[in-house]
Design a protein around this ligand. Structure first.
Ligand code: FUB
Length: 305
């Protein structure tokens, strides 16, 4: 039995994993932490894609979308997610606008590996800094949801075209309650921090996210569940704990692939690793019969499938 190694690549620093299963292939979209920092802060200019058919052998597709492709953006190529609809691929990406503030861009391509072409304007652009870390899901009835946000979890109902949303309903704010996201130390008083990952398994909707426990500086991963796509959310528990030597952020991406469940996350474990030099890893996990998930341990890799 072959065994993969974590991190998934050691040729560059990668973060913010977003898996997408399409056909017999798992595509993994990531951000890219540049080696050289500007202003001692996240220095991130492009998005990357890797793919595998067996979880051990990965193909590096390189840069598939970048700030150079988005005329109105100038920095912060942050956590993306990709989805397919009607044969087109949509890559939702937070970026910093040239005229200030964060917003969500959309790259469009005929192929999962790009190149992606910018929509030409922000999809979600509110007058605050909450518009980061989009997560997208198309429900069984065809309604697509785009959740996002730090420090608040918000969502829009995407139209069938995937590049606009129901403006009559507008941007909806999820009630940030302790029942939904547990007590924590982020700005809302709950543990919800950022990096939401929205999906459905059976009849249960999951929201997995980076979270701040009371008194903790570094993010752990946690999850909440709901019987409907827009809540109410119920806190489920810690999914991945913080540990010795951890960095400030973590970021979840979950998928089922060929009968196995995977949690992608990031650490600072490559040589030279730091909060601004992260690396994407993967762990396999199982659901309990009631849909709950036990804490997933950071690990050294997964088995070939
Ligand atoms: O990678 C930049 C930002 O850090 C992401 O948008 C957050 O989720 C956190 O990982």
């Amino acid at each position: 039995m072959k065994y993969s190694k974590n991190p998934i690549t050691d040729s560059i620093y990668t973060a913010d994993p977003a898996p997408m299963v399409y056909g017999d292939t798992l595509y993994l979209y990531t951000t890219h932490d540049e080696d050289e920092l500007v202003n001692d802060f996240y220095t991130m200019n492009d998005w990357r894609c890797f793919s595998t058919k067996d979880m051990v052998n990965w193909t590096d597709h390189g840069k598939i979308f970048s700030l150079d492709d988005i005329e109105w953006a100038d920095a912060r190529a942050w956590a993306p997610q990709c989805i397919e609809r009607n044969g087109k691929f949509y890559l939702y990406c937070p970026v910093h606008k040239k005229d200030g503030g964060m917003s969500i861009a959309v790259g469009i391509s005929d192929r999962p590996t790009g190149p992606f072409k910018d929509l030409g304007h922000p999809l979600v652009d509110e007058p605050d800094w909450n518009d980061i870390d989009p997560t997208v899901f198309i429900d069984d009835d065809g309604q697509a949801y785009l959740y996002f946000g730090n420090p608040e979890l918000r969502y829009v109902l995407l139209n069938e075209d995937m590049i606009s949303y129901d403006e009559k309903i507008g941007v909806c704010k999820v009630p940030m309650t302790e029942e939904a996201f547990n007590k924590g130390s982020h700005d809302t008083g709950t543990s919800y921090g950022e990096g939401p990952w929205f999906y459905k398994r059976g009849d249960l909707y999951y929201m997995v996210y980076a979270a701040f426990a009371v008194g903790e500086q570094n993010e752990h991963l946690a999850y909440s569940t709901s019987k409907g796509p827009t809540g109410p959310w119920k806190y489920g528990g810690v999914l991945m704990a913080t540990g010795e030597g951890d960095i400030f952020t973590n970021h979840p991406g979950i998928c089922e692939f060929k009968g196995h469940n995977y949690l992608f996350y990031h650490t600072g474990e490559l040589p030279g690793g730091s909060l601004f030099h992260r690396s994407v890893c993967v762990a396999e996990f199982n659901y309990n019969p009631d849909g709950s998930i036990d804490v997933v341990e950071k690990c050294s890799g997964v088995s070939e499938i």
